[in-house]
Design a protein around this ligand. Structure first.
Ligand SMILES: *Cc1c(COP(=O)(O)O)cnc(C)c1O
Length: 496
């Protein structure tokens, strides 16, 4: 319809009065779009699904693969065989970016280029609302956190001398983080964490000592991690940022799921103000409730973001960006703020509820104030073999995401040995399990988990009192145990 003359013609058919009402509604929709394009931020309130779908159809109609009578004679014409696949993508087929740069406009795909740009504006606004107030530029990367870290490292390598390939890395026991360093060709200098009470914190003095020992000229930079499993806390990003500034080192922050934690965001903002933070990487799925596939790179200096998006060779899937675009429109500023506030409330609630649940069973919540998403609970009453059993049992009872760590496992990656793997420390004294109170968690989830936990923990404690203990299970983080067990039995099935 859209044009005035069409509404006039329609008025002659069904009555001018009725059409005038419809025309008013159409101009309200147009005003939403005007505001999105002119204000370059999240809409104040959520769009409805109908409004979003209408916009997606309009945007898709701007891409050349959807022009009626269009003749494509190239090898990349956005041809899609399956109607299901076409629908799954809202008829977008050109992805984002072009050979030169991820954020570049595609001449063939004005609509796709537009959602990509608007998504970037809305994401920037969402980051600022979360507390990342210093950020001035961001890019939606079409790879999950680990691979996005690799891309950031590679894009920043040329800013250091060719001899500067060592990287200082406060230990975090998540394999992706370590692999990202190796894949980028960096040589990790692992910094063990310091134990303060229950909590593991950054050994800033050890970082300083490493810089002195190896010499800044041989070091690429420091990779700090701000969201991690308890009992490790958020890295001391502010002192690290000061050191990086002082020694001219690159500082990349792995803030995988820290956007949802306002205290963490504030700490990163302070680090950005007083020291050097080149770029921060966060997951889209862990922070924005979309399927896995994307990450956000953000910085105070837009040229760093430009360097990262131009380091990306070729075009990329538009799906991570489109999912985020739709999600941010369905949240609006008020929805996003409410989600963040609810998570902060639930985190405090969960800490109290867990403490109350395990206290009668002789266990306690680890005191880790520098971790604002993950909570640890001691398993001091269980022998090591039962710790992994406990974890597997939680998984079997339909609880996913909890990790039981017995602090006894040794893993070696690329010749580097990690003792006490899973705990981010060689000798964390006490076995424990962790749970996360992440964005989108509900109070019902927490309550139900605590009910199952109380029952299971009591059972396992009784089992522990009945000697002899069962044969020790391999000491692995639990979610891995269950999956590996399933994979092994599937393999054996095949062999038969
Ligand atoms: C989830 C996570 C990663 C890996 O992220 P992917 O999105 O799976 O690549 C890396 N580091 C930390 C701290 C994480 O939490």
């Amino acid at each position: 319809m859209n044009s005035d003359s069409n509404f006039e013609l329609a008025g002659a058919v069904v009555g001018a009065g009725y059409v005038r009402r419809a025309q008013q509604e159409a101009s309200r929709r147009a005003a939403l779009m005007t505001s999105l394009l002119s204000q370059r931020r999240l809409p104040a309130t959520a769009w409805t699904n109908e409004q979003i779908e209408l916009l997606l159809h309009e945007l898709a109609a701007m891409d050349s693969n959807n022009y009626v009578g269009h003749v494509g004679v190239g090898e990349r014409e956005g041809r899609v065989f399956s109607e299901l696949v076409r629908r799954r993508n809202f008829a977008f087929a050109h992805g984002v970016g072009r050979s030169g740069e991820l954020a570049a406009v595609q001449p063939k795909a004005a609509g796709s280029s537009l959602y990509a740009k608007v998504c970037e504006w809305m994401t920037l606004h969402a980051l600022r609302i979360a507390g990342l107030t210093e950020v001035t530029a961001c890019a939606i990367l079409p790879t999950a956190t680990g691979m996005s870290l690799v891309l950031a490292f590679l894009a920043l390598l040329p800013s250091r001398p060719p001899t500067a390939r060592k990287v200082i890395w406060p230990r975090i026991d998540q394999k992706t983080c370590f692999k990202a360093l190796l894949t980028a060709g960096l040589q990790p200098l692992v910094v063990q964490n310091r134990r303060e009470g229950d909590q593991l914190t950054t050994d800033v003095a050890a970082i300083e000592a490493l810089i002195a020992e190896h010499g800044a000229a041989s070091i690429f930079g420091v990779v700090s991690t701000t969201s991690c499993f308890a009992p490790r806390g958020c890295d001391a990003v502010e002192p690290i940022a000061r050191l990086c500034k002082q020694h001219g080192l690159v500082h990349v922050v792995n803030n995988a799921y820290g956007v949802q934690a306002s205290a963490t965001c504030k700490e990163i903002s302070r680090a950005m103000r007083v020291g050097r933070v080149d770029v921060v990487i966060s997951s889209t799925d862990k922070n924005f409730l979309v399927p896995v596939g994307g990450a956000i790179a953000y910085a105070t200096d837009a040229s760093v973001i430009k360097r990262i998006s131009s380091a990306y060779p070729g075009r990329a899937s538009g799906s991570p960006c489109l999912d985020l675009f739709v999600t941010l429109l369905s949240l609006g500023e008020s929805g996003w703020s409410a989600l963040l506030a609810e998570r902060e409330r639930l985190f405090v609630y969960a800490r109290g509820k867990l403490a109350e649940t395990v206290a009668p069973l002789g266990e306690r919540v680890l005191d880790t104030p520098r971790n604002r998403v993950s909570l640890g609970v001691t398993l001091s009453q269980l022998p090591p073999a039962l710790v992994t059993h406990f974890g597997a049992q939680l998984f079997a009872r339909n609880c996913s995401g909890a990790r039981a760590v017995d602090c006894a496992e040794v893993k070696t990656f690329d010749g580097v040995e990690f003792r006490g793997w899973g705990a981010s420390a060689d000798d964390y004294a006490c076995p424990y399990f962790t749970v996360a109170v992440a964005i989108g968690s509900t109070q019902e989830d927490i309550d139900l988990f605590c009910t199952k936990l109380a029952k299971l923990l009591r059972e396992e404690q009784r089992r522990a009192q009945r000697a002899p203990a069962p044969a020790p299970a391999p000491a692995v983080a639990v979610d891995v145990v269950a999956i590996e067990a399933a994979a092994t039995s599937a393999d054996e099935e095949k062999k038969r």
